[in-house]
Design a protein around this ligand. Structure first.
Ligand SMILES: C[S@@+](CC[C@H](N)C(=O)[O-])C[C@H]1O[C@@H](n2cnc3c(N)ncnc32)[C@H](O)[C@@H]1O
Length: 365
């Protein structure tokens, strides 16, 4: 039986969702998502069983091939040069998940950083389950002693370095709003006596601004103040350096006009579920990032935008071709070479609706 049709929500998680609902039984979507993904011990990312990667529910570019991490590592090494190679080289990875990306980056660093480089690789992972899994994945790595865990990006105060976040913004709880008779209603969930179903309710807060004036009747828009706050947090603590956000998303206009029903997706066992409200806590939930709003949050926080592009453009900009050539030259068999080229194709062209935002902080150089 495929994993997608097997799971059932824990009764405790369902109870937590019902407790969070208002007197009329309505739960705004951002609260539903927050509990379904992050409720301690019970939420999707918090459960012992959470599984990323090809064997799990979904994979990210980090799981496709180490070429992705290697190319990103090239970008990080450029930043080290820019900030002065003798300074501590701090990388703060937000949402490292199972540690696959960190492992790939550290592999490159162990080969390409001088022995005396002062590396400080910081994992900021709110899920204790994934944090343990990430640390386990790195346990035998030669650079393990340069890796540490922090409770938040700003736990040690302002810093110089690079922040990396792959598929973290789209995992932030988002509000979903629907246009009704020229006004907005909140989308969320409601318990129907047996299960949660999609429902409309009163607005849970102000509608952010007039960006969505073009939204058609019945159109759904999604906004994540939490994703914007995460970018704002970067601007608060990153004194000098760069931040790289890689995520599913688009501009406001593309989202409003190109995704009339919104972008909410529930994924389990690599299958998109037809009902994202069925069996909360057993599937990943995400909505596309509104990159215009995230970019505006970065600007307000004083971060400069260096680039905002497709993943293919970003990888090529960072030296993908050279990394690929080097890997092909070392491929042990023709079959391994074909696999490598297929993975390269997937990394370049398999991530549609994906953007890479590069931000800078500190004096211009
Ligand atoms: C879709 S997974 C991506 C994992 C990993 N970056 C990768 O590329 O495989 C999202 C991750 O972000 C983490 N996360 C969610 N909210 C976060 C936050 N506010 N700060 C840091 N990590 C967060 C989740 O626990 C999860 O590990």
């Amino acid at each position: 039986m495929p994993a997608a049709s097997r799971a059932a929500s824990s009764t405790e998680l369902l109870a937590a969702l019902r407790r969070a609902s208002d007197a009329d039984g309505f739960l705004p979507f951002d609260r539903f998502e927050e509990i379904a993904l992050y409720e301690p011990r019970l939420g999707y990312y918090e459960r012992p069983g959470v599984a990323l990667g090809t064997e799990g529910d979904f994979y990210t570019a980090a799981h496709v091939h180490p070429l992705f991490a290697a190319t990103l590592a090239t970008r990080l090494l450029q930043e080290r040069e820019r900030n002065g190679a003798s300074a501590t080289f701090r990388i703060v990875e937000l949402g490292p998940g199972d540690g696959t990306l960190a492992l790939g980056i550290l592999d490159v660093f162990s080969r390409e950083l001088p022995d005396d480089a002062r590396l400080d690789y910081v994992l900021v992972e709110p899920s204790p389950t994934l944090r343990d899994r990430g640390l386990k994945a790195l346990a035998d790595h030669p650079l393990r002693d340069r890796v540490r865990v922090a409770a938040s990006l700003g736990a040690d105060g302002p810093f110089v370095g690079v922040v990396v976040a792959n598929e973290v913004l789209d995992a932030q709880p988002a509000r979903r709003l629907v246009r009704r008779g020229g006004a907005w209603a909140e989308l969320g969930a409601r318990w129907n006596g047996e299960r949660f179903v999609e429902s409309e309710g009163p607005l849970s807060g102000p509608v952010p601004d007039a960006l969505f004036a073009d939204a058609p009747e019945g159109g759904v828009v999604e906004v994540s103040p939490r994703a914007e706050a995460l970018v704002r947090e970067v601007s608060d603590f990153l004194e000098r350096g760069a931040a790289v956000f890689l995520d599913y998303g688009a501009s406001t206009t593309d989202l409003v006009l190109g995704h009339r029903h919104g972008t909410l997706q529930a994924i389990r066992g690599h299958e998109v579920l037809t009902d994202p409200f069925a069996d909360p806590g057993t599937a990943d939930l995400s909505v596309f990032v509104d990159f215009d709003r995230v970019r505006a949050a970065a600007r307000r926080g004083g971060l400069r935008e260096r680039a905002c592009s497709s993943q293919a453009e970003a990888l090529v900009r960072w030296g993908f071709e050279e990394r690929l050539r080097a890997a092909v030259a070392k491929a042990p068999t023709p079959e391994a070479e074909v696999r490598l080229r297929l993975a390269a194709k997937n990394l370049l062209f398999g991530f549609g609706n994906f953007l890479v935002l590069e931000l800078e902080a500190g004096p211009t150089t």
